[in-house]
Design a protein around this ligand. Structure first.
Ligand SMILES: Nc1ncnc2c1ncn2[C@@H]1O[C@H](COP(=O)(O)OP(=O)(O)O)[C@@H](O)[C@H]1O
Ligand code: SF4
Ligand SMILES: [Mg+2]
Length: 323
């Protein structure tokens, strides 16, 4: 019993000082897409990964899921290094972790009906007898609020919102412990976004699923996730309870993001001053200093480490904002 509860308590994922570099300019330079990433996701937790385009969100997800190897640092699933999982652990991992791709339509086979798309993971992981599969498909359609008649449709016959629901149903078909979703509501109109977010929130609360939700929308983050990790140029600059961070951001980048992006569903405004620098050519010292309204002399010399403030949140800034 004790052994079982220990397994339950283990983090689902641990990223420990993870770095990911890509060679650019024909290998002459390295682009650091992730730098010093430390992120732990426990069962039942919901974490939003927030940041502008190019901050490394998708790369973090891909490294966490083992789709790309980290250049440095450790990526653990439970207590085991991802690269050391044996074949049966790998199958278990594929079932436990459902990934909803940024491009939901592109991730679905256009020649398969919705019923076939939903039956496939159930068969693959042998979760039901063959005769129970049609009933399971209906259950999944009910769960994501799609009419059962949708089972005969092809992805090309569905709207953007319906396709995302099919992607969510396909994720649930594996009976996962964690859903990882990359920009899953971006580009949808606000009412469809709200429906999908409600669905994910209910699933997370009712089924105790963990959720890692990638978004550039702080409104979405606050609606859906208890924790938020704000990324800037490959680094998590502020991380902790969403409500506290949005009430009083301590990192100047979080504050700037909130000012640029005050409303749910509003596109990220261009009012954040200056352009995001290239990850292949990071500023010296603090990587945010070229855009920071609170920059001081030492910011160009010292690269701020993540520091625990208020006992609950981590901030990587030499001069954090007052609480
Ligand atoms: N395969 C790749 N080769 C070279 N650079 C890449 C590759 N994948 C991502 N990058 C770069 O890494 C940085 C982070 O990208 P990404 O993780 O897609 O950010 P986000 O999802 O936050 O928009 C960007 O500068 C991007 O151009
Ligand atoms: S370390 Fe300096 S430049 Fe960086 S965010 Fe803090 S105040 Fe701004
Ligand atoms: Mg992305």
């Amino acid at each position: 019993m004790q052994q079982a509860s220990k397994t339950q308590d283990l983090p689902l994922f641990s990223l420990l000082d993870v770095e990911k570099s890509f060679p650019v300019d024909g290998g002459r330079r390295q682009l650091k897409a992730l730098d010093g990433i430390r992120l732990i996701l426990r069962p039942g937790e919901s974490v939003a990964l927030v940041g502008e385009s190019g901050s490394g969100k998708s790369t973090l997800v891909r490294v966490m899921l083992g789709l790309e190897a980290a250049t440095n640092g450790r990526v653990l699933a439970g207590a085991t290094e991802l690269s050391a999982l044996d074949a049966s652990q790998r199958r278990r991992f594929a079932r436990d972790v459902a990934y909803i791709y940024q491009d939901a339509r592109g991730s679905l086979n256009p020649r398969a009906t919705v019923a076939a798309l939903l039956a496939e993971p159930v068969r693959l992981h042998r979760l039901r007898d063959e005769r129970e599969i049609p009933g399971r498909v209906d259950e999944l359609l009910d769960q994501v609020g799609l009419p059962r008649a949708t089972r005969l449709r092809y992805p090309s016959e569905l709207s953007g919102g319906q396709v995302r629901r099919v992607a969510v149903a396909r994720a649930l078909a594996c009976e996962p412990r964690v859903i990882v979703a990359d920009e899953s509501v971006a580009g949808l109109d606000v009412s469809v976004q709200a429906q999908l977010l409600n669905l994910l929130r209910d699933l997370q609360r009712e089924n105790g699923l963990a959720l890692l939700f990638v978004t550039h929308d702080l409104g979405v983050a606050s609606y859906l996730c208890e924790q938020v990790a704000v990324m800037y140029l490959g680094r998590i600059v502020e991380m902790g309870p969403t409500r506290e961070i949005l009430q009083s951001p301590r990192h100047p980048y979080t504050q700037a993001l909130m000012q640029a992006f005050p409303r749910f569903g509003a596109p990220l405004a261009a009012s954040l001053q200056g352009e995001i620098p290239s990850a292949a050519d990071l500023p010296s010292g603090c990587r945010f200093r070229t855009r920071c309204l609170h920059v001081r002399d030492d910011c160009s010399r010292i690269d701020p480490a993540q520091t625990l403030l208020d006992g609950r949140r981590h901030v990587a800034c030499l001069h954090p904002l007052a609480a």
